[in-house]
Unconditional design. Structure first.
Length: 224
């Protein structure tokens, strides 16, 4: 199965998971948002080739977390969305602390996975710091765009409004993460930025298509 097909399946599953969590209520959306952010940090070190571009394997998860944020702000309010943002940041920090502690354990002589753990977690603290700066900055921008578009369009065209907010927010996220986390680690940061954002645009378009289901199926969260 090609990477492109796997990527499209991942986009559908991630955005579909966000819609399913919306049916279950605020707590489910907040929890899923935290899971997506942690998984994005865990998978960010794996590089893959998508549509001829070398990118990381976690872009769809980052878009998924932003989708959860948009749903929280739309169906609840901005305060609820910001509390979820804080919760997900705390979750990522806990993941980083546990990764550092896990690596500090002295492995058994018969341990065969220590090298794999070192490859997976050795860059976790710096990656997490850069990721959190980019994530919080991107979500703040996304929130402002969501408020601005809702002021003009009211409650109409949520998939379009969410897509616009995701495009702007993820662009800021990509700039911040590339500048803080990858600038000294890659040969051409500008190419990395453009390639990564292009893949995110594809993921966002797929997410908007899935969110269009909300126009056909009235959604009322259990706790609203």
């Amino acid at each position: 199965m090609s990477n492109e097909l796997l990527f499209l399946i991942q986009v559908v599953l991630v955005s579909g998971g966000a819609i399913t969590a919306l049916f279950c209520g605020q707590g489910a959306l907040t929890g899923l948002m935290m899971v997506y952010v942690i998984l994005a940090n865990l998978f960010v070190t794996k590089e893959i080739v998508l549509f001829g571009l070398t990118v990381t394997a976690s872009d769809a998860l980052g878009v998924g977390a932003s989708c959860c944020f948009a749903l929280l702000q739309e169906y609840y309010d901005r305060a609820v969305a910001y509390r979820a943002l804080i919760s997900s940041v705390v979750g990522v920090i806990c993941y980083g602390m546990m990764a550092v502690l896990h690596m500090a354990y002295v492995p058994a002589l018969s341990g065969e996975v220590q090298h794999a753990c070192e490859l997976l977690f050795s860059s976790a603290p710096w990656v997490i710091f850069a990721s959190l700066c980019a994530y919080v900055g991107g979500q703040m921008v996304e929130s402002m765009v969501l408020r601005g578009t809702k002021r003009f369009l009211s409650d109409r065209y949520f998939p379009l409004r969410a897509g616009s907010a995701l495009l702007v927010g993820q662009f800021c996220d990509t700039i911040l993460f590339t500048s803080i986390g990858l600038y000294s680690m890659v040969h051409d940061p500008f190419h990395v930025l453009m390639f990564s954002y292009l893949v995110k645009v594809i993921a966002i378009l797929g997410t908007v298509m899935v969110l269009s289901v909300l126009r056909c199926v009235p959604v009322r969260p259990l706790d609203v």
